[in-house]
Design a protein around this ligand. Structure first.
Ligand code: PMP
Length: 408
């Protein structure tokens, strides 16, 4: 029997949800930008600075050893969270953007040559476009873009046509932050592997919504940010197949990533430290454990049902608003809804409904080429987390109607 998801109880864990904004209780619908943090994550940050603060992987003293153990425990928890085969395949980064830049540099150096091809899709975030453009410019490689249909789904036949022996890399978003589309990533990975290309999954939006299994997906690399997974800012992860991480060069040089240094030559540290130069965001790294523990104690079947209900309910209610058009109506969709409304600018709507306590994102959502494709300047985006409620959807709808009365 499926357990009923107790959203009221879950909301108790997130202190910010009780605050008021402009005299109204906060309705936080900008989870695609960053998610709120449970008290346990906030407590873990405070506990680190109050009791454990010290540098990691260096000191013989107790504090340093405690901090190192706590930091390395997070690596093991992430290994479990994404089902990586070993913890050496899990690299701490600053976030998704950092992970993609690491790959563009380290994979790009020897693996991509003049005339080679890299495939992305029309719905990528700027962080999964610009680093590849920079690499292609440097290497005289060619960036190809898999097209989408009007519903906002990648056209698989067109993607297949782009794949050929010159394709070295494919880097695709798992869930679109703008459209909510859940891409058929497993199928796309298998297709890329048929031509010998390596596949990178941008899991920034899927890590908070889907059960991730890098072994089942068979992706070569995956990147995500913890701040979208109810964890702290400033920390994210790169997963890579160990045999690939072993052969690609480090991204940055410095402390911790070395085995020996002389002025003549440096030898690099073992995985995963080879990719972790310098003092990282230790507090956030340690507090990430609390976020993963929080995710693990949730009943994910119930969470999925709740998020699907929110998506369906919000879609139906929003469509009743005169002149409102949803951008992105993929068959497989996560709880992210982008929309435009005839005759009003998304920005104006966002500013007015903020006065009613409602936080949505407006603009291009770091997907300008996608906005160009839909021939719109931007959208209003409501992105839901498991702590959102149908009542909040109702408040959004009322606020939108009031904003339209003011603007039209
Ligand atoms: N990719 C996607 C799909 C995203 O939604 C985001 C964040 N909006 C990023 C990449 C970049 O993540 P970050 O800013 O945490 O590096």
């Amino acid at each position: 029997m499926t357990k009923v998801f107790n959203v009221a109880k879950v909301r108790e864990d997130f202190p910010i949800l009780k605050r008021e904004v402009n005299g109204k209780t906060l309705v936080y619908l900008d989870n695609g930008a960053t998610a709120q943090k449970p008290q346990t994550v906030i407590d873990a940050l405070t506990k680190y600075y109050t009791h454990e603060n010290s540098n990691i992987h260096r000191g013989v003293h107790t504090l340093s050893q405690e901090a190192t153990s706590a930091y390395e425990l997070t690596r093991e928890k992430i290994q479990g969270f994404i089902n990586a085969p070993e913890k050496e395949s899990v690299i701490f980064t600053k976030g998704t953007t950092d992970g993609i830049n690491l790959l563009a540099f380290s994979l790009g150096r020897d693996f991509v040559q003049e005339g080679d091809e890299i495939i992305i899709s029309a719905m990528e975030h700027h962080s999964n476009i610009v680093p590849w453009q920079m690499l292609c410019e440097q290497k005289k490689a060619v960036l190809k873009v898999a097209p989408i249909n009007q519903r906002g789904e990648i056209i698989l036949e067109e993607y297949k046509k782009l794949l050929n022996p010159k394709t070295k890399l494919v880097s695709i978003v798992h869930i679109s932050n703008t459209l909510g589309t859940i891409n058929p990533i497993q199928e796309m990975i298998a297709m890329a592997h048929e031509v010998g290309a390596k596949f990178i999954v941008d899991a920034a939006q899927s890590a908070p919504h889907l059960k991730i299994d890098v072994q089942a997906l068979d992706c070569d690399f995956m990147v995500f940010s913890m701040h979208k997974v109810f964890g702290p800012t400033g920390v994210g992860f790169l997963y890579g197949k160990k045999e690939l991480l072993e052969v690609i060069p480090p991204y940055q040089g410095g402390g911790d990533m070395i085995k020996t240094v002389t002025f003549e030559k440096t030898t690099y540290n073992e995985l995963p430290h080879k990719f972790e130069a310098g003092t990282p965001n230790i507090a956030a790294g340690i507090a990430t454990s609390a976020a993963i523990d929080y995710m693990n104690q949730l009943d994910w079947n119930a969470v999925h049902l709740h998020e699907k209900e929110l998506l369906d309910y919000a879609t139906a209610q929003l469509k009743l608003i005169d002149g409102l058009r949803i951008i992105g109506e993929a068959k497989e969709k996560a709880s992210v809804i982008s929309f435009v409304i005839d005759g009003v600018h998304p920005y104006d709507v966002g500013v007015i409904i903020d006065k009613m306590g409602i936080a949505v994102r407006t603009g291009h959502h770091c997907t300008q080429p996608l906005m160009d494709w839909f021939k719109i300047p931007g959208t209003i985006r409501a992105s839901f987390a498991f702590y959102n409620t149908k009542e909040e959807v109702d408040l959004l709808v009322v606020a939108l109607k009031r904003a339209l009365q003011m603007l039209r």
